[in-house]
Structure formats: structure tokens, C-alpha cells
Write a protein that binds this ligand. Structure first.
Ligand code: ZN
Length: 450
């Protein structure tokens, strides 16, 4: 090794370690917001949602006290309360649309509505959007039964409550990103609300950076196996993008990018943010779009080419999902608040908050991220373009072995090019932009450049 190269590497290592210590400092504002997420408040929201009797997609829309219509109006009225403290930036609406009878789970043409609150970004030239959702609708054993009580406390009162809690806390702050808080409908009948929103976003070319679906995030006891654990949450992400062009598929195969879809990069980002900000909660990365043969509201977003993941409790309790309320053989069936763990729900809401706040304050991700391949060498050279210089303090090069589930090393640099002593034959890389408070963009996976 030439002496000058040795000096360079030594300096690089030294600089890396010093800088790394700086950027792992917590942002006090994110910590403060997390303390504002309360288990008691989440519990009150879930109980209020249950009080509408049923929130079946095809249930009563006229009553003020029962059915999906009353529930939608209540969620909107809560958004309007939060708006009062948002300096005029939070606005709400019910986005109505009609779904034609489908011969399956929609008997007659039906009007549906997604309840949405939009927290407008502070920078009008910044079109980035983040979405967090839960589904408002509920069901019992017969998916067409729109009359019986369907409390839907955990499925998906939990996801709606988490989303609303974040709307309340985050709308008191300002972010350059626009954040959409949505209670979608029609999930149990076939993901209709989420599909409507995803197709609208695609048609209008929204710049969605991340979509977080929260569906069943408040139960910590499994049926049958009786596992009790409120320290882990699953985050599901697709392996290869649903939507990819022939060229993108070619590039994916060429660069061995089978475990680094944008959604999976987001899932790892969530794990990192959660490790940093949420005590006693571990993100369990599940390398599937959703549970085996099942789907959720993030799926139509993935199918329309957006980066989307699902949060879901670690262990499901099938005695309390999609069940008529009844007691049989001393087992009480039904999705009721009494079976939920609101401290667990609080931690998962906090994980969503740490993710969204970090992203919403992050500089724009670097562009044209490439890895040089012209020479055979055991070093790897990465180059990229700064998307934004105003907020960007530097960049993190993320490194892991090909068989590792998550990033193992971070190297901080201020330049837009780096040569590191890690061979591209043995490691995978990504680059993210970072500001002084440690808010990082989503990482970008490099493409080969000659
Ligand atoms: Zn659900």
C-alpha cells in the first residue's frame, strides 16, 4: 500500500467515527413529539370508534350515531379540532367515490368515502408527500353482514387511532413535506378505499416518498399459541417491485437488487428510526409484501409503483378478528377493546412518528447515485449528485454484507464522491442525504457507471 493511500484510509476511518457519533444524536423535537403520543388517548379513540356499533363499508350512512357514515363524520370532526392548532395548514375532507356492484363483496353500487387530513408542507416548491393510513371499516364473520355489531377495535380501530394521534401531534409542527393522514374505507370488501387513493395519486402524479399502512397494531397475544409479546412489530415490504419496467427488471438482476426494493429500503429505515427513538420495540422485517396469501391497503400503492409498507402486530389473535360477537366453549369471540394492549399500540404509533418526522424533515435524497465499475479493484467508488444543498449536512453511505438483513455500517462524508475499502463483490451499498439533526432521506441504491 502506498503511504499516501494509507494516510487517506486512516483519515477516513478517523473522520467516520467522529462524525458518526455526531449524527446519532437524537432530535429533541422528535423525542418530545413521541412523549405526546398517549396510550390513554389511543384507547379513547378506539372506544369511540367501537361506539358506532358497526363501521361496515355498506352500513348506515345517514344515522348520526351508528354506522360508517357517523364514524366518518366523527373522524373528520376530530381532524377539524386538530386543525385549529395547525396555523391553517391542516385541512380535512371526505373524498367520496362510487364503487360499482362487483358480484362479490359489493352487492349494489355503493358510495364510499376516505376521510383525509392534509398537513401542507411549508415549502411550496417541495412536492414530496408522505401518507399514513388505517382502515375505518370493520366486519364480522359474514363479510356481507352490514347490520350486526362489528366493533373492529383492533382491526382496524388500532391503525385509525395511531394515524389520528399522529395527525394531532404532527399538525402542531411544520414540515417541508406534505403529510396525508387517511382513514380509508372498503378494506374488508376489497381494498377499495386504498385503491381509489392510489389510483388518484398515480393519475395526478403525486410525488409519494413513503406510504405507511397500519392494520392491526394493538394486539399482543396470539390465539392458539398464546404468545404474549409487546416488544416486536412486523413491517412487511415487497421483495421486488410489483410494478417494474423491463429495463428496471434487467437492472435489478444485473445489480443483484433482489432484496433492496424501495419498499424494503423504507422498511429498514423504519427499523433504524425505531431503534433510535422507541424504547422496548423492535421492528421485525418480514420479507413479504404482506402475510401469506393476504393483502392490505399498502398493496394498491405498491401496484401503482409507490413505496409502501405495512405495520402489523407480531402475533395475531384470530379469535378476535372478523368474528361475530359470541361466547363458545368459554372462549369470547369478537374484536373488542378489552382484548387490546394500548401500551403496545402507543409504541407502534411512536415508531410511525419517528419514521415520518425523520423523513419529513430530511433533505432530498441524492440523485444519480452510481457505483464505478471501470476498474477491477477491491475498493468501491460511489458518486452522486446533491439534490439539495440548503439542508444537506452530508451523506451516509450504508453498507452491509449480501446475506445481512439490515445495514451494518454507516460512513459519513460531506463530499459527493467516496472510495471505500469495501469490495462491491462482497457488500451492498446505498446512499442517503442527512441534515445536522440526523434527519436522513430514504437511501438510494446505486446503479453501475462506467
Ligand atoms: Zn384490517
Amino acid at each position: 500500500m502506498k503511504p499516501n493511500l494509507f494516510c487517506y484510509l486512516f483519515a477516513l476511518l478517523l473522520f467516520t467515527q467522529v462524525s458518526f457519533a455526531q449524527i446519532t444524536v437524537d432530535d429533541p423535537e422528535i423525542k418530545k413529539m413521541i412523549t405526546e403520543v398517549k396510550a390513554e388517548s389511543l384507547e379513547n379513540t378506539v372506544k369511540k370508534l367501537v361506539s358506532f356499533g358497526t363501521r361496515h363499508t355498506l352500513s348506515d350512512t345517514k344515522s348520526k350515531t351508528r354506522g360508517i357514515g357517523a364514524a366518518q363524520q366523527w373522524v373528520k370532526s376530530e381532524f377539524d379540532k386538530y386543525a385549529l392548532e395547525s396555523n391553517g395548514r391542516l385541512t380535512s375532507k371526505i373524498d367520496y367515490f362510487t364503487i360499482k356492484a362487483d358480484g362479490r363483496r359489493i352487492a349494489v353500487d355503493s358510495q364510499m368515502g376516505n376521510v383525509m387530513a392534509t398537513l401542507k408542507g411549508t415549502d411550496s416548491s417541495d412536492d414530496r408527500v408522505l401518507i399514513i393510513s388505517g382502515h375505518l371499516d370493520s366486519r364480522v364473520t359474514d363479510v356481507m353482514d352490514a347490520k350486526s355489531d362489528a366493533p373492529g377495535a383492533n382491526d382496524d380501530g388500532s391503525g385509525v387511532a395511531a394515524m389520528m394521534e399522529l395527525a394531532k401531534v404532527m399538525s402542531k409542527r411544520s414540515f417541508p413535506y406534505t403529510i396525508l393522514f387517511v382513514a380509508v374505507t372498503g378494506e374488508e370488501q376489497g381494498l377499495y378505499g386504498a385503491r381509489h387513493l392510489a389510483e388518484l395519486a398515480k393519475k395526478e402524479n403525486w410525488n409519494i416518498v413513503a406510504m405507511l399502512n397500519n392494520d392491526m397494531v394493538g394486539n399482543s397475544l396470539s390465539s392458539g399459541t398464546n404468545l404474549r409479546d409487546n416488544t416486536k412489530v412486523r413491517v412487511f415490504s415487497e421483495a421486488t417491485p410489483y410494478l417494474e419496467t423491463e429495463d428496471e427488471a434487467k437492472m435489478r438482476k444485473l445489480t443483484n437488487r433482489d432484496n433492496d426494493s424501495p419498499s424494503r429500503l423504507l422498511a429498514r429505515y423504519i427499523k433504524t428510526a425505531t431503534d433510535q427513538y422507541v424504547a422496548q420495540l423492535e421492528v421485525n422485517l418480514v420479507y413479504r409484501n404482506d402475510r401469506f396469501l393476504r393483502g392490505g391497503d399498502h398493496t394498491p400503492f405498491s401496484q401503482n409503483g409507490f413505496t409502501a409498507v405495512r405495520f402489523c402486530e407480531m402475533n395475531e389473535n384470530f379469535d378476535h378478528q372478523h368474528q361475530d360477537l359470541r361466547t363458545e366453549n368459554a372462549i369470547k369471540y369478537g374484536d373488542l377493546p378489552e382484548f387490546m394492549d394500548f401500551e403496545y399500540l402507543r409504541k407502534i404509533a411512536a415508531s410511525n412518528l419517528a419514521t415520518l418526522a425523520n423523513l419529513a424533515w430530511a433533505p432530498k435524497a441524492p440523485t444519480n447515485v452510481g457505483i464505478e465499475v471501470k476498474d477491477l479493484t477491491n475498493f468501491s467508488t460511489l458518486v452522486w449528485k446533491a439534490a439539495e444543498t440548503k439542508k444537506t449536512y452530508g451523506y451516509q453511505v450504508l453498507i452491509r454484507e449480501t446475506s445481512s438483513t439490515n445495514w451494518e455500517k454507516m460512513i459519513f462524508i460531506t463530499d459527493t464522491k467516496t472510495t471505500i475499502p469495501y469490495s462491491k463483490d462482497n457488500f451492498l451499498f446505498a446512499v442517503q442525504a442527512i441534515d445536522e439533526l440526523g434527519h436522513a432521506s430514504l437511501p438510494v441504491f446505486p446503479i453501475p457507471i462506467r
